[in-house]
Design a protein. Structure first.
Length: 562
C-alpha cells in the first residue's frame, strides 16, 4: 500500500493539486477504497497449464451417443493422464454421405502426396488405381506399371483424411473401407486375444451369418444392431389396424397407404440394410419351398431357383411398401420421430432408433404410445464397428478411444440405465453391447433391455452373404428406379388398385418386376454401378421410365375394372 501512496505523492505536489488542497482527503479515501480490496484479495491457486488433445471422429451416431461417449472417454483420459480431450465429431449424414466424404478426402490427400511429395504427374490412371483393390501388386516393384505404382505407394504411405476414427455404421461400409486400404489395423485384436474367438465369453467371428470383426484387425464391432418396425398405437387405431405390425410383409397392407415413413436407401445405409434383411427373408422362404429333399437339406440347384424367386417376391413387397410411403427421407432418424408424433403410423428403422424414441415418450407407468419390435424372422444381428484411419493425425489417442469403447466401462454405456453404476449420465442409448460378459444374469437389473440378448436370439435368422452381399448397391438402386423416381405414378396406380378392389389383370401388371429381376441386379446393374457413372444415369432413366409406364397402365386397367 505504501508503494501505491508514494506513487501518488509527487503528483499531489503539483501546483494544480495544491490549489485543490481541500479535496485531498476525499481523493485519498477514494484511492484506498479502490486499491485496498484488490491488494487484499486472496490469490487463486495456481493451475498448471495443460495441452488439450484433439481427436477427430467421423460417425453417423446420434448426438446422444456422441455426448455420452465423449464425456465418459474425456473423464477416463483425464484421470489417467491429467490431459483434457476435445473430440471433434464429424457427422455429415448417414454412412453413404460419410463414405463419399472419406473417399474425396483421401483422393485430395493422395493427389497432393503424389504431385508435391513425390513430384510425379497426376493423371486418370493414378486417380482410379491408388485405392482400387482390383489393382494387384506383386513382389517386385520393378515390374509395376503406373497403376501398380500408385497402389503400392498408397498402401505404403501415411496419407490420411485428417480424421482419426470411423465410428458407427454397418459392417458393409467398413468392409469396403478396408478393401480399398483407408482403414488399418490398430493392433487391438492382437493385443487383446482373450476377447476374440469361438469360446465361451468371447466375441465370435460371426453371429447369425454376419461378421463381428475383421480377421486382419482393421475394424471391430462395438455394438449389435437389428432391424424392425416402429409403430404408433393411436395412428394404427385411426387406420383400422388392431395389432402392431411385426413382420415386413405386413407393411405391404393397403391400409398403410400414405402411412409409412421410409428412408431413401441411396442415402441411408441402415435402411438399405433393412431392405436386404427383407430380401433375405423372402429368399429363405422361397429356398425352403423349392427344396426337394425330405430331410430339409437344400440342393445347390434348388437354392439358386429359390434365391431368384425370393428376390422377385421381395421386390414386389418393396413395391407395395414404396406405394404406402408418405415420403423417402434422407435422414433415417426422422422415421422414429414422425412415427412417435403420429405423422406416420409405422416405419422401418434400425433397432436403437425405435427403442430410443419409445423410451423418450415412455410414461411413468411404463407405457408408451410408440412400439418397436425386431422384424419377426426378418433380421440378422449385425455390428456397428470402429476403425482407425490410415494416416490418422493422433493414432495413439485414437487407439485409446477404441480400447475404451470395447472395455466394460465403454460397453456399459450402450445399454445401462441412466444414472446406474457405470451407466450413461443423461441418455439411455438402448444399444446392445458386444461383450458377452455383460449379458450375465447379475446385470439384468442394470440393463435398459434386460430381455434382449443377441447371443441367444441370433439363431432365428441366418444371413447368407452369397445371396445378396455383392448386391448392396443394386438393392438401393432397384428401389430408387422402381419406387422413388416414379413415386407419383406408383401411388396413383396403387390408389386405383385399392379403390377397384385389386382386379387381377391390373394387379399383375402393377406387380411385374421382371425388369429388375435377380439376373439384372447381379449382372448388368451391378456392372454399371461398379463405376460407370454415365451408364448409371442412363440405366436409371431407362428403368424409371419403364416403371412409370407400367404403373400408368396398371392404373388404367384398375379404373376399367380389369
Amino acid at each position: 500500500m505504501a508503494d501505491y501512496l508514494r506513487a501518488f505523492i509527487p503528483r499531489m505536489s503539483s501546483p494544480c493539486l495544491f490549489e485543490m488542497k481541500p479535496a485531498w482527503p476525499v481523493f485519498l479515501a477514494l484511492i484506498i477504497v479502490l486499491v485496498v480490496p484488490i491488494l487484499l484479495r486472496p490469490q487463486a491457486p495456481r493451475v498448471e497449464k495443460t495441452d488439450i488433445a484433439v481427436l477427430t471422429i467421423i460417425t453417423p451416431h446420434s448426438e446422444a451417443i456422441r455426448s455420452e461417449f465423449g464425456r465418459a472417454f474425456g473423464a477416463a483420459h483425464w484421470e489417467k493422464t491429467g490431459q483434457r480431450v476435445q473430440i471433434d465429431w464429424r457427422s455429415p449424414g448417414g454412412t453413404s454421405e460419410i463414405s463419399r466424404m472419406i473417399s474425396s478426402s483421401y483422393l485430395a490427400s493422395f493427389q497432393y502426396y503424389w504431385t508435391a511429395k513425390l513430384g510425379r504427374k497426376w493423371n486418370r490412371v493414378v486417380e482410379t488405381s491408388f485405392d482400387n483393390p482390383q489393382v494387384q501388386i506383386g513382389g517386385n516393384p520393378l515390374r509395376d506399371g503406373l497403376a501398380e505404382q500408385a497402389r503400392r505407394e498408397f498402401l505404403g504411405s501415411e496419407v490420411g483424411c485428417k480424421m482419426d476414427l470411423f465410428f458407427g455404421g454397418g459392417a458393409y461400409d467398413f468392409q469396403q473401407q478396408a478393401r480399398v486400404g483407408r482403414i488399418v489395423d490398430a493392433g487391438f485384436l492382437g493385443s487383446h486375444p482373450e476377447l476374440f474367438g469361438s469360446g465361451v465369453g468371447e466375441i465370435p467371428p460371426m453371429l447369425s451369418g454376419e461378421p463381428c470383426w475383421d480377421e486382419k484387425g482393421r475394424w471391430i464391432g462395438t455394438a449389435f444392431s437389428g432391424f424392425g418396425i416402429c409403430s404408433n398405437r393411436d395412428a394404427l387405431a385411426r387406420i383400422g389396424v388392431d395389432v402392431a405390425p411385426a413382420r415386413w410383409s405386413e407393411l405391404g397392407d393397403a391400409r398403410f397407404f400414405h402411412e409409412l415413413a421410409i428412408a431413401n436407401p441411396i442415402q441411408s445405409g441402415s435402411i438399405n440394410k433393412a431392405f436386404e434383411m427383407l430380401i433375405q427373408e423372402q429368399m429363405s422362404e422361397a429356398v425352403r419351398e423349392f427344396s426337394k429333399k425330405g430331410d430339409g437339406e437344400v440342393g445347390r440347384l434348388d437354392e439358386s431357383i429359390g434365391v431368384a424367386e425370393g428376390w422377385k417376391r421381395a421386390q414386389q413387397l418393396l413395391m407395395r411398401i414404396g406405394a404406402n410411403a408418405r415420403y423417402f427421407t434422407d435422414a433415417s432418424t426422422k422415421i422414429a420421430l414422425d412415427v412417435e408424433s403420429g405423422e406416420a403410423a409405422a416405419g422401418m428403422v434400425i433397432d436403437f432408433y425405435g427403442r430410443s424414441q419409445s423410451e423418450f415418450v415412455r410414461k411413468p407407468d411404463g407405457s408408451s404410445r410408440m412400439d418397436y419390435v425386431n422384424a419377426v424372422d426378418g433380421t440378422s444381428i449385425g455390428v456397428d464397428p470402429i476403425a482407425l484411419f490410415r494416416g490418422a493425425p493422433n493414432p495413439q489417442l485414437a487407439t485409446e478411444f477404441m480400447a475404451f469403447v470395447l472395455s466394460p466401462a465403454g460397453q456399459k454405456l450402450w445399454n445401462w440405465k441412466v444414472e446406474t453404476s457405470d451407466g450413461p449420465k443423461r441418455y439411455a442409448l438402448r444399444r446392445l453391447p458386444i461383450l458377452p460378459s455383460l449379458y450375465r444374469e447379475e446385470y439384468r437389473p442394470l440393463r435398459s433391455d434386460p430381455d434382449v440378448n443377441p447371443y441367444s436370439t441370433a439363431s432365428g435368422f441366418i444371413y447368407h452373404p452369397s445371396w445378396t452381399g455383392a448386391l448392396f448397391r443394386s438393392i438401393a438402386f432397384t428401389f430408387r428406379v422402381m419406387c422413388i423416381d416414379p413415386h407419383e405414378e406408383l401411388t396413383e396406380a396403387w390408389r386405383a388398385l385399392i379403390a377397384a378392389g385389386f382386379p387381377a389383370e391390373a394387379l399383375a401388371t402393377f406387380s411385374d418386376v421382371s425388369a429388375v429381376d435377380y439376373g439384372m441386379a447381379s449382372g448388368r446393374m451391378r456392372e454399371v454401378l461398379a463405376g460407370d457413372k454415365v451408364g448409371e444415369v442412363e440405366l436409371a432413366r431407362e428403368l424409371a421410365e419403364h416403371f412409370s409406364k407400367q404403373y400408368r397402365r396398371a392404373g388404367e386397367l384398375a379404373r376399367a375394372g380389369r
